[in-house]
Each structure stands twice: as C-alpha cells, then as structure tokens.
Design a protein around this ligand. Structure first.
Ligand code: NAD
Ligand code: UFG
Length: 349
C-alpha cells in the first residue's frame, strides 16, 4: 500500500514541486491549500506531469484555521505523515501586519498539530527557514548556530520550531523534522510549474524573471558595500527540485523506524553566490540584459548567509545536485513559457 502524505500549502511554489516528487516516488498525496498565494492550475499541472501517478493526488481548498474542515480531511483518510508548507512568507508584509502572520502561521499550525495528534498521525516535516539565523555572525550556518528572528515572519518560524520541540518532549510518539531552507529558486525542468508570486516580488529571482519577460524595467540592487567579493549580498541559492527531494529524504528518515523526536536540518548547497553573480548567470541563461540600479542596503538584510549541509548529507543522505547555471536555466525556461505565471495578463493579481 502506498504511503499517504498530507501536504499543506501544496499548491504553492515549493509545495507543488514536492508533491510532484512525492507522486513520482510512489506516495499518495492529499493537498490542502486556501489558494491565498497560489493557483489551482499548479495542482492540475502537477497531475499532468505525474502521468500515470497523477491519480494519486487529491486537492481540497481549505484554510488551516478552519479546524472543522481539517477534521473532515483527517476523518476521510489515515495519513502516514504530513508535510507542512502552508504559511504566509513575505517579510515586509509581516512587519506591517504582524497579527495576520501570527494568526495565519501560528494558529494554522496549532490547529494542524492538534488534529494530527487526535487522529494519531504524529509524523511531521515542517518548512522552517534560514531566516531563523538572523544576521549570522559566522558562516556557514550550522544547525547549532545561534538563532535570532528579526521580524514577525521569522518569529513565526522560530515559535513553530519551539512548539514542535515542546510536543515531542511531551509525547515521545511524535517524530518531527524541521527543514531550514536557504534560498529556493529555479523551477521544474519541464517549465510547466514554477514560482508565481502575487503582486510585486520581494525576492531576487522572481524579480529578475519579471524583468526578463518585460514586466518590470530594472533590478534595484540593495547594497554594494557589504564585505563580499563584489560588495553585493551573498546567499545560498538552492534549486527547488533539490529542495523537493530533500523532503522525500526527510520522509524516508521518518519512516525508517529510528526514534527522531524533533530534529532539524539545513537544506542548502553550502555555496554562497552574490547578487551580481546571480544576475550574470541569469543573463547567460536567458540571453537577456538585466538593467541594474544600485541603491542602499535593504533594512534587515544580512550580508552573507550560506548553509553548512553536512548534517543533511550524513543523516538524510541528501545533497543538492544542481548549481546556479541549472537554477537560472530552469527559472528562464519557466518564465519564458509562462510570462504571466499561471494566469493571463488580464487576471487580477
Ligand atoms: P508559497 O506562498 O508559494 O506557498 C505557501 C502556500 O500556503 C500557498 O499556496 C498559500 O496559498 C498556502 N497557505 C498560506 N496560508 C494558508 C492557510 N492558512 N491555509 C491553507 N493554505 C495556506 O510559498 P513557498 O515559497 O512555497 O513556501 C512554502 C513554505 O516554505 C512556507 O512556509 C515558507 O515560509 C517556507 N519557506 C519559503 C522560502 C522561500 O524563499 N520560498 C524560504 C524558507 C522557507
Ligand atoms: N536583492 C536585491 N534586489 C531585489 C531583491 C533582492 O538586491 O530586488 C538582494 C537582497 O538584498 C539579498 C539577495 O538579493 O542580498 C537575496 O534576497 P531575497 O529577497 O531573494 O532573499 P533573502 O535571503 O533576503 O530572504 C529570503 C526570504 C526569507 C528567507 C530567506 C532564507 O525572503 O524569508 O530567503 O530562506 F528567510
């Protein structure tokens, strides 16, 4: 019998890529998403890409804060594990609307954990973030590095990590893996699914991709006075398909019978790339010029962030395979064939 996995936020960017890898890996996936920052078209495309496995996916439009709806999903299916992606993720918006973030991310997660517990499903993989390292004093960031959230979004990740530790202490039958993602970019090599943020993108690669397809004029480079090779910020970009595979590795660990309690892993490549290096790689992949405007540092930005990936390599047997050239190639492949993402240019965003 195929393992059944509930995927919250499975219509979103990382979720849709992970659901595809789950289906191709022989899992059954049930996706719940309120489509706040995503489109059901992504779910339909995942079904198509999965071919003969597409029938193993079902979708429910549900908000995690609707506990009764969650109960109904758990009453209809016995899940072996949950992968929990659903959440709001825009740092700037979280500063403006902290209660929205605490309500959506924390209340949604507490509901999920309660319903999981009462239905005897105690295997969880949770999307945490490198944001919990704040401005790291030392790189690479190891899982033992000091934690410091700098904004309400980051605090929701830190609080959920703590909640997960607490429930694993209170009840030893929980097995929880917290995955701290570094900077997910790129798209499925088919160009059929990818990132489709609503409104003006906050993050570097979605912004660059919209310039390349003519939707925006230029990239504002936030700061060129960091102590880095060219003065611009350095990050650990990771191909979204590698990241998706990291979730399959985490599930395998949950199912291998070892006692986990609550454990945490970085998912990154271990390599730092500057903004200008990323722009150059994207220009090479797309053949498009990205006009730059240099500006001051973005408030709250760290200079250099990249991961130590040893723990995931050793204990999950997982390592990122792709480099920035493949990330940019696939980002461009997705953007050029879907310049308006999943919608048409006229649909409201
Ligand atoms: P995304 O916005 O594309 O996906 C999140 C999905 O969750 C969306 O489809 C959204 O509609 C859904 N959602 C939000 N609140 C919900 C609710 N209350 N009930 C049901 N569905 C809800 O974002 P993503 O980039 O795929 O990120 C997935 C997870 O990974 C998030 O938790 C995010 O914080 C975390 N993360 C993302 C990044 C990144 O840079 N993309 C980095 C680190 C961590
Ligand atoms: N940058 C620009 N111009 C832009 C956007 C970004 O110069 O228009 C620069 C930033 O200053 C930074 C780099 O590009 O040096 C990457 O910025 P992103 O916004 O793409 O990514 P961040 O590392 O700042 O943050 C993202 C998420 C966080 C998450 C973190 C790690 O927004 O929530 O990745 O996963 F915690």
């Amino acid at each position: 019998m195929a393992m059944k996995v509930l995927v919250t936020g499975g219509a979103g960017y990382i979720g849709s890529h992970t659901v595809l890898q789950l289906l191709l890996g022989g899992f059954e996936a049930v996706v719940i998403d309120n489509l706040d920052n995503s489109s059901e078209v992504a779910v339909k495309r995942v079904v198509e890409l999965a071919g003969e496995f597409g029938g193993n996916l079902s979708f429910h439009k549900i908000d995690l804060r609707d506990k009764e709806a969650l109960e109904r999903v758990f009453a209809s299916t016995k899940f072996d594990a949950v992968i929990h992606f659903a959440g709001l993720k825009a740092v700037g918006e979280s500063v403006m609307k902290p209660l929205l973030y605490y309500d959506n991310n924390l209340v949604g997660t507490i509901n999920l954990l309660e319903v999981m517990g009462s239905n005897g499903c105690k295997n969880l993989v949770f999307s945490s973030s490198a944001t919990v390292y704040g401005w790291p004093k030392e790189v690479p960031c190891t899982e033992e590095s000091p934690l410091r959230a700098l904004n309400p979004y980051g605090r929701t990740k830190l609080f959920i990590e703590e909640i997960c530790h607490d429930i694993s202490v209170s009840d030893s039958s929980w097995n929880i893996i917290l995955l701290r993602y570094f900077n997910p970019v790129g798209a499925h090599p088919s160009g059929f699914i990818g990132e489709d943020p609503r409104g003006i993108p906050n993050n570097l690669m979605p912004y660059i991709q919209q310039i390349a397809v003519g939707r925006r004029p230029s990239l504002t480079v936030f700061g060129n006075d960091y102590s880095t090779k060219d003065g611009t910020g350095v990050r650990d970009y990771i191909h979204v398909v590698d990241l998706a595979d990291g979730h399959i590795a985490a599930l395998k660990k949950l199912f291998d019978g070892s006692k986990i309690g609550c454990d945490v892993y970085n998912l990154g490549t271990g390599k730092g790339t500057s903004v200008l290096e990323m722009v150059e790689a994207f220009e090479k992949a797309s053949g498009k010029k990205i006009p730059l405007v240099f500006a001051g540092r973005r408030p709250g930005d760290a200079g250099i962030v990249y991961a130590s990936t040893e723990k995931a390599d050793k204990e999950l047997n997982w390592k990122a395979k792709y480099g920035i050239d493949e990330m940019c190639r696939d980002q461009w492949n997705w953007a050029s064939s879907n310049p308006w993402g999943y919608e048409s240019p006229d649909s409201p965003k």
